[in-house]
Design a protein around this ligand. Structure first.
Ligand SMILES: Nc1ncnc2c1ncn2[C@@H]1O[C@H](COP(=O)(O)OP(=O)(O)OP(=O)(O)O)[C@@H](O)[C@H]1O
Ligand SMILES: [Mg+2]
Length: 269
């Protein structure tokens, strides 16, 4: 008799037939319509799509901060039924607490979840050093530049060592040079620590540089209209941007996004 098949591991993120309709004064707004995808453990998946198509709504549902109107979500097989403490979150704005020091901002998720703090101050110090912020732990957020604040937010997302990172346009407010540095640092951290990452961006090259797979969403209400695999091993060297295969992928994606913006029929063509 042959051995039974090994149990199949649940994906780190499973989104099944998820839809979201917001109530509004002018009637219901359908933000997301029937989205399904999975992200494997350790995989880096980006979502690209036109403004207002429902990407942030989708991410809030994965984090358990918004409930879906239809469908279901699960992290490592466990249903998402409320705010998830197992994920590290990062948004477009750093959303730091202005009255707390940089160190206390980084430690905040641990304090909120009531998890043991032993060694936490050292870990915060190590993360801040990694982010080039040694010497800033006792400063207040207002004493930092926008790029530095965003790096504090990255340290905060990593402090509890979450297996899953959810990032909603985390670098879009940064200048081009700081942004390149942050993208490189993120690519190295997530590859080294095998984080599962769901990353929302408008920047095609950033998505191709970081991702194993890219999902393109169409106009609101959002559905996934295209999926592109990025075959290069991670972490990647910035020199890869000169590779013709890298640039061909960027062009394919640009095309897919333009089709998505014209509507679902064009995207499917
Ligand atoms: N809390 C809310 N209440 C009502 N409508 C909302 C709410 N949040 C988002 N929406 C609407 O849902 C739609 C999708 O918004 P969402 O923020 O998810 O888009 P997005 O793809 O993240 O856009 P962007 O790329 O500009 O960040 C928009 O029409 C928006 O107005
Ligand atoms: Mg958004």
């Amino acid at each position: 008799m042959s051995d039974p098949a090994p149990p199949r591991a649940e994906p780190a993120i499973r989104v099944s037939g998820v839809a979201k309709t917001y109530p509004s004064r002018s009637g219901p707004v359908e933000a997301v319509a029937g989205v399904s995808f999975t992200v494997a453990e350790g995989e880096f998946v980006s979502i690209l799509g036109p403004s207002g198509c429902g990407k942030s709504t989708l991410m809030l549902m994965v984090a358990g901060l918004e409930a879906p109107s239809r469908g279901s979500l699960a992290l490592a097989g466990r249903p998402v039924e409320g705010p998830q403490t197992r994920v590290g979150l990062m948004f477009q704005d750093a959303t730091l607490l202005p009255w707390k020091s940089v160190r206390d901002n980084v430690l905040f998720p641990l304090r909120m979840s009531g998890r043991p703090m032993a060694g936490a101050t050292e870990r915060a110090g190590a993360l801040l050093a990694l982010a080039g912020l040694s010497g800033f732990a006792d400063k207040r957020p207002r004493e930092l530049s926008g790029g530095m604040r965003q790096r504090v937010a990255l340290c905060r997302a990593l402090i509890a060592d979450p297996a899953i990172l959810l990032m909603d346009e985390p670098f879009s407010a940064l200048d081009a040079i700081t942004r390149d540095e942050m993208v490189l640092a993120l690519g190295e951290i997530v590859a080294r620590e095998r984080k599962t990452t769901l990353f929302i961006t408008h920047a095609i090259r950033e998505a191709v540089f970081l991702s194993d797979r890219i999902l393109v969403m169409g106009r609101r209400p959002a559905t996934v209209v295209a999926e592109v695999a990025v075959p290069f091993p991670r972490p990647r060297d910035p020199a890869i941007e000169a590779d013709p295969a890298f640039n061909a992928l960027c062009l394919d994606l640009k095309d897919a996004i333009h089709r998505a913006m014209r509507g679902p029929a064009a995207a499917a063509a």
